[in-house]
Design a protein around this ligand. Structure first.
Ligand SMILES: [Zn+2]
Length: 427
C-alpha cells in the first residue's frame, strides 16, 4: 500500500477541470448548493468514482457516498471527503480539494488492484457553505441528527425556493441514509495564514474551538445632531467602545498554550439611522471562540463586565443576551495519530492546531471518530475568487490523507465505543 500510484498531478488536473463547472471570469467558482451547476459537479464525481467500481449512495439530504468494497464487508467503511458547493464568489479549492483527493485515492487503489480491509466511502456533503440555504454544514448536520429533517428540507433561499424541492428538482434526493461510518477524515484548506507563516505544508487539526454567540442591545436617547454634547445618551457612542472591547478581550484570552481567543462583531443595526440624529438604539452581534471552555466563559464575563462599566459611565442601558453556544469538539486521538505519523513518515513539515471555523468534520465528530487535515492557502484567503494553493501543498495533503485512511482501514476496528463530543444547542 505504501507505493500506491497516488498522483498530485492528476489531482491538480481534476481540481482545474471541475472548476470549469461554475467557473467565474476572475478564476474563481460560483457553484452554490442545489443549483444546476451543483448537479453537474455531482454527476462529474459520480461518473468518475463509479467507473472505478464504486457504488453511489444518496441520502434524503443529497449527501453523496461512493462506496468501495473492502475484504471485510462486516466492517463499517472508513469515510473521507468534504464538499463540492462553493460561495457565490468562491475559489477552486475550499471543499473541492478534500473530495478530489479522495477520488485520487480511489483511483490509485483501483489502478494498483489493491484491496483494503475495511470498505472505503468517499463523501460529498450537501450545502456546507450555507450561502444559498442557511445555516452552513446542513447536509452533515442533518445526516448526524443535529438538525431535524424538516428544518433542512424546509429551508428556503432568498427567492423562496425550498431545499427539499430544489434537491428533488436537480435529481439528488435519495431515500436511505449513507452507510454507517467507522471513521471520517477530511482534508481542507486552512482558510487562515498560520501554516504559510510558519512554513508548514500541513496542519494536523486536534480539535474545534468552542463558540458562544451573543446579542447586545444598547439603549440611550435620540438627540438632534446640532444639540450640545452635554447630557447626551448616544447609544452608538456607547456601543463603539464595547465593540472594540470584543477584540481586546479575544486577544487577552490566552490559553496555557498561548493561543488567543477569537472575537467578532459581524452585524450592527443603528436606530433611527439618520445622519443628523444621535442614535437611541444599537443592536449588534458578538461571536466569541476559544479552544478552552473556561477561557470562553471568561470572555463572556468580560463582555458583560465591560458592558456594565460603559452603561454606567454613559447613562445608557446595555443588555447582553446569550444567542448560541457550541461546545469544543475534540477530534479522535487515534485518527489524529495516523495523520501525525503519516506526515512524519513522508518527511512533510506539519504543525498541530485547532480549527476556529466550522467544517463538516466537526458535526461528524459528534457521532463518529473523526479528524481533519489542513493545507495552507496563500495569505489565508478563502471565500474569495483569488483563493490559491500550490500543487505541492495539494499533493502533501493527498499523501497524508491517503496514508491515514489506509492506516484506519487496515487496522482492526476500534473497540472503544465512541461517545463523541457533547451536543450544543444549535441555531
Ligand atoms: Zn469548505
Amino acid at each position: 500500500m505504501s507505493n500506491l500510484p497516488l498522483s498530485g498531478a492528476r489531482l491538480w488536473a481534476d481540481l482545474h477541470e471541475i472548476a470549469r463547472i461554475g467557473g467565474t471570469p476572475k478564476g474563481g467558482c460560483n457553484r452554490q448548493a442545489l443549483t444546476d451547476l451543483d448537479a453537474e459537479a455531482r454527476a462529474w464525481l459520480a461518473a468518475r468514482a463509479t467507473a472505478l467500481g464504486c457504488t453511489l449512495h444518496v441520502d434524503p439530504f443529497g449527501n453523496m457516498g461512493l462506496l468501495r468494497p473492502g475484504r471485510d464487508a462486516s466492517r463499517k467503511p472508513i469515510a473521507f471527503g468534504s464538499h463540492l458547493d462553493t460561495q457565490p464568489t468562491g475559489g477552486k479549492f475550499d471543499g473541492v480539494l478534500g473530495v478530489l483527493a479522495g477520488l485520487e485515492l480511489l483511483r490509485a487503489l483501483h489502478e494498483a488492484g489493491a484491496e483494503t480491509e475495511a470498505p472505503l466511502l468517499l463523501v460529498n456533503w450537501t450545502n456546507e457553505e450555507g450561502a444559498r440555504f442557511s445555516p452552513p454544514m446542513m447536509g452533515s448536520g442533518a445526516a448526524m441528527g443535529i438538525f431535524a429533517p424538516e428544518q433542512v428540507l424546509g429551508a428556503t433561499d432568498a427567492s423562496g425556493a425550498r431545499f427539499g424541492e430544489e434537491l428533488a428538482r436537480i435529481g439528488w434526493r435519495g431515500e436511505a441514509a449513507l452507510p454507517e461510518m467507522g471513521a471520517y477524515l477530511e482534508l481542507h484548506i486552512e482558510q487562515g495564514a498560520l501554516l504559510e507563516r510558519a512554513g508548514k505544508s500541513l496542519g494536523i487539526v486536534t480539535h474545534a474551538l468552542a463558540q458562544s454567540w451573543y446579542e447586545v442591545v444598547v439603549e440611550g436617547a435620540e438627540n438632534h445632531g446640532g444639540a450640545p454634547m452635554a447630557g447626551r445618551r448616544d447609544a452608538l457612542m456607547a456601543a463603539a467602545p464595547l465593540m472594540a472591547a470584543v477584540e481586546e478581550i479575544a486577544l487577552a484570552a490566552r490559553a496555557p498554550d498561548g493561543e488567543p481567543g477569537r472575537g467578532t462583531v459581524g452585524c450592527v443595526s443603528v436606530h433611527p439611522g439618520s445622519r443628523n440624529v444621535a442614535p437611541s438604539r444599537v443592536w449588534f452581534s458578538v461571536d466569541t471562540r476559544h479552544g478552552d471552555p473556561a477561557m470562553l466563559a471568561w470572555m463572556g464575563e468580560q463582555l458583560r463586565a465591560r458592558a456594565a462599566e460603559i452603561a454606567e459611565a454613559r447613562g445608557v442601558a446595555i443588555t447582553v443576551t446569550d444567542f448560541w453556544h457550541s461546545p469544543p469538539t475534540p477530534f479522535d486521538a487515534r485518527l489524529v495519530g495516523f495523520l501525525r505519523e503519516a506526515a512524519a513518515r513522508r518527511g512533510l513539515p506539519a504543525m498541530e492546531m485547532p480549527t476556529g471555523i466550522g467544517h463538516d468534520a466537526v458535526y461528524v465528530a459528534r457521532r463518529v471518530p473523526a479528524a481533519m487535515l489542513f493545507v495552507p492557502c496563500h495569505g489565508g484567503l478563502s471565500h474569495n475568487e483569488a483563493e490559491s494553493i500550490t500543487p505541492e501543498w495539494a499533493e502533501a495533503g493527498l499523501l497524508v490523507l491517503a496514508d491515514a485512511v489506509l492506516a484506519a482501514a487496515s487496522q482492526p476496528a476500534d473497540p472503544t465505543p465512541m461517545t463523541g463530543a457533547p451536543d450544543g444547542a444549535e441555531v
